[in-house]
Design a protein around this ligand. Structure first.
Ligand SMILES: [Mn+2]
Length: 292
């Protein structure tokens, strides 16, 4: 692949950067529509057009440094090999001095990422997931590593709080009470934002890993995803839930997954680039001095 290597935001690549970005264009189990492997490239390209000044907090988050790694390559690998390659790579990258952001690719990548965090830092963190789907099936279409079963793998590692949920099958509903998962249906958000936020914060520990499936957003905001579901968050509704998580907790890393670019709908990749940059702003604004 002779793809131009873009650094997020088109800023100078700093080795000792606080923000480390790893593109993970893994796509092996997508069921409805495919194209998530093109996601990271499009998001990085869109990020080069962003304003780098955060007008809300009045600083430039990129000044703490951004380092985007070479995208991972899964050519010729089986699903299992791909999953273990991700875990190994993440284990190499994560440390106590930087904030990692993983750009998918499909949601399946969250399991090996969380697995690597557990191996490196232990189980003392909660995964907060924003998603339309609970992804709690035991397996899907013949693999336990499907995007549709990823959180079923993750709940075996650490506690999970699932937000924005508006789609699940009866199998998932029936096991709910028996899993290390707190499902917060999106229906309970509308009209009661404060209560919803309180439930997120109260059901999670001090250290947080954040996984954002872009289909948590409403399809009118984010049509470019494999399995869109009506009735999602607006851009600011989502950010207004994410900001307090950074303010109240110690977020140790995050992923943004399931973006599937569509032709000329450039606003979609731009929306995600901005979302990632906003996450950087929150991380710096509420930077905690303690570590996991
Ligand atoms: Mn989803």
């Amino acid at each position: 692949m002779s793809q131009k290597l873009v650094n997020f935001g088109d800023v100078n690549r700093k080795r000792d950067a606080f923000f480390k970005i790893l593109p993970v264009p893994f796509e092996m189990t997508t069921s409805y529509k495919s194209g998530t492997k093109k996601g990271p490239e499009k998001i990085l390209e869109a990020s080069t057009y962003m304003e780098l000044f955060d007008e809300e907090f009045k600083f430039e988050p990129y000044r703490e440094g951004i380092y985007t790694y070479i995208p991972m390559d899964f050519e010729g690998l089986s699903i299992e090999e791909g999953i273990s390659k991700i875990k190994k790579r993440i284990f190499e990258i994560i440390d106590n001095n930087s904030f990692p952001i993983f750009i998918g690719g499909e949601h399946s990548i969250t399991f090996p990422i969380v697995d690597a965090f557990v191996e490196k830092f232990g189980r003392n963190f909660t995964v907060i997931q924003f998603d339309a789907h609970s992804d709690l099936r035991e397996s899907y279409e013949g693999t336990i590593y499907s995007h549709a079963s990823v959180m079923r793998r993750v709940v075996n590692l650490v506690d999970v709080v699932q937000c924005g949920i508006r789609s699940m099958c009866v199998e998932e509903y029936e096991v709910l009470g028996n899993l290390n998962s707190k499902v917060l249906f999106i229906k309970d958000y509308f009209g009661n934002r404060e209560g919803y936020l309180k439930a997120i914060l109260e059901n999670s520990g001090e250290n947080i890993y954040l996984t954002i499936d872009v289909d948590a957003l409403d399809p009118s905001v984010m049509p470019a995803t494999g399995t869109p579901e009506p009735g999602g968050f607006s851009y600011w509704e989502l950010l207004d839930l994410i900001e307090p998580i950074f303010r109240e907790k110690n977020v140790i890393g995050c992923d943004v997954v399931e973006f599937m670019p569509i032709g000329n709908l450039h606003f979609c990749e731009f929306t995600i680039a901005k979302l990632i940059y906003k996450i950087m702003a929150y991380k710096l604004r509420y930077r905690k001095t303690y570590k996991i």
